[in-house]
Design a protein around this ligand. Sequence first.
Ligand SMILES: [Zn+2]
Length: 167
Amino acid sequence: MDTTHYEVVEYWFLHQDECGLSVDWDEAEKLCWRCAQERLLQRCHIIPRALGGSEEPSNLVLLCGQCHAEAPNVADPEFMWVWLRAHAASFYGTYWYNRGLREFEFIYGRKPLAEFTEKPECLMPKLTVAIDNYITQTSTHWGQGKLNPATIAWLLRQVEKELDNSA
Ligand SMILES: [Zn+2]
């Protein structure tokens, strides 16, 4: 029988300190261990099966499909935890938005919305309207369920243009 999500969480609750991770162990059955989003979770092998990794809880972590695709595939089990801690989101729900900000900076060589100096309380209502206008022109890859960083970067750029026009 397949190892259950519960067994994976129970094992790591006893063997790995949650300090510095995106999730607390009491929520680790429903939140992705990297992005901390509530998504359908997959069992991800720490040492890949192709490199002799087992199906035991000690060789599994729980990730969403999007994070699973980016997880390390190496024969060094410690690196999974180094990777998970390096990506830990400081606030629940901000992981992919922060990735989108970094993608924007990579593409345009500057921070988004840098030229808008209005107070946040004035900017936020305009931002909300702009996002509503453009979100219908975005989509997700099959099975991922969330916008990926490149899509968020595009959305931020459209929001900037919209704010420019309304200034
Ligand atoms: Zn994830």
